[in-house]
Ligand binder design. Structure first.
Ligand code: ASP
Length: 331
């Protein structure tokens, strides 16, 4: 509590310095570890996810209400979008790379600190579930490309053509003047990142995407990278990212947010600080969107983004709300 007050009364720059120093200070962190958050004031099952993915978040929330654990609820939730043919940024129906290949990235992280990821996977829609298999059934954390795909078939995943007629048509139109230009909040990227806290108060999450539309072949963003697209520490909380993955990776955004919460920031303060780390580096932020959502061990939620237009879903006590998010670029 004292630390929270201290942070609130300190300028952002010095917060960065103070937090940076303490993250590196093993002695201090050792002490913090022995004081996990214990308040239960908001601790009821809760699902949150990036953007307005109403059905996905409702599915996760309903699973949590039935008593499903946080990881399985997250995977069931994001699967709704992985299977939604109308969603051109996640799973089947996702926009392809420049050469017409739909390649998917996903990761999951569980309350016990285990995690799994797959990158550049073709022909399998439910890549978050596949990432869970990597976590549980291999000695590895991440599988890529053909290896991930073959592993998926060995686990019973179906081979499917992920390029729908609509996505193919849009790609063919794009090829007429093939310029790659991120458009803020517009449908050339929109990952679903989800965090769930279950009835036992355990937190887990999943993050799944087809990445940037018309990306270079082989490009992988932040979404399947543990610590960038998603990070969970069940003693502290979790965070997920969406937006320009390259910039999230440079600041290891989700891990940063969880560490900031460990050091006393609220989820809201931590999301804001993670965005500030990006925008203070240079002016390029004017051309791309990045958004974070975070939840701590008490179930408190925070979110922040660079540009207006980002929303997230929050399911709690049977109510599934779409929440508008405050943003940095008010100029
Ligand atoms: N972060 C994703 C990526 O860079 C895209 C997004 O979330 O919009 O692949």
């Amino acid at each position: 509590m004292k630390r929270r007050k201290f942070i609130k009364n300190t300028s952002l720059t010095s917060i960065g310095l103070a937090i940076g120093a303490s993250v590196l200070n093993c002695e201090e962190n050792k002490n913090k570890k022995s004081h996990p958050m214990t308040s239960t004031k908001n601790r009821v099952p809760k699902a949150i996810c990036t953007w307005g993915f109403v059905n996905a978040n409702a599915r996760a929330g309903e699973e949590l209400s039935k008593g499903t654990k946080a990881l399985d609820a997250s995977i069931a939730g994001v699967a709704v979008e992985e299977e939604n043919l109308k969603n051109t940024t996640v799973g089947k129906g996702g926009a392809p790379d420049r050469e017409g290949n739909v390649t998917l990235d996903a990761c999951v992280m569980d309350s016990n600190g285990d995690c799994g990821a797959v990158v550049c996977v073709e022909n399998i829609a439910n890549v978050a579930a596949l990432a869970k298999h990597v976590m549980e059934d291999t000695p590895h954390v991440m599988l890529a490309g053909e290896g991930a795909e073959e592993f998926g078939y060995s686990k019973g995943f179906e081979k499917e053509n992920l390029l729908t007629e609509d996505s193919k048509k849009a790609w063919e139109e794009w090829k007429q003047s093939p310029e790659y230009k991120p458009i803020i909040n517009i449908e050339n990227h929109d990952t679903i990142g989800m965090l769930c806290i279950d009835k036992d108060g355990d937190i887990a999450g999943a993050c799944t995407t087809s990445g940037l539309s018309y990306k270079m072949k082989g490009r992988v963003g932040d979404s399947p990278i543990i610590g960038s697209g998603l990070f969970i520490d069940n003693e502290i909380g979790g965070a997920v990212a969406t937006g320009m993955g390259e910039e999230v990776m440079k600041t290891v955004g989700s891990f940063l947010i969880v560490e900031l919460m460990r050091n006393g920031m609220s989820p809201q303060e931590a999301c804001e600080e993670a965005v500030h780390r990006i925008v203070t580096k240079n002016d390029r932020y004017k051309d791309f969107q990045i958004a974070y959502i975070a939840m701590d061990k008490t179930g408190e939620v925070g979110a922040y983004c660079i540009h207006e237009g980002f929303t997230y879903m929050r399911y709690e006590n049977g109510i599934n709300d779409n929440v508008k998010v405050d943003f940095y670029n008010k100029a």
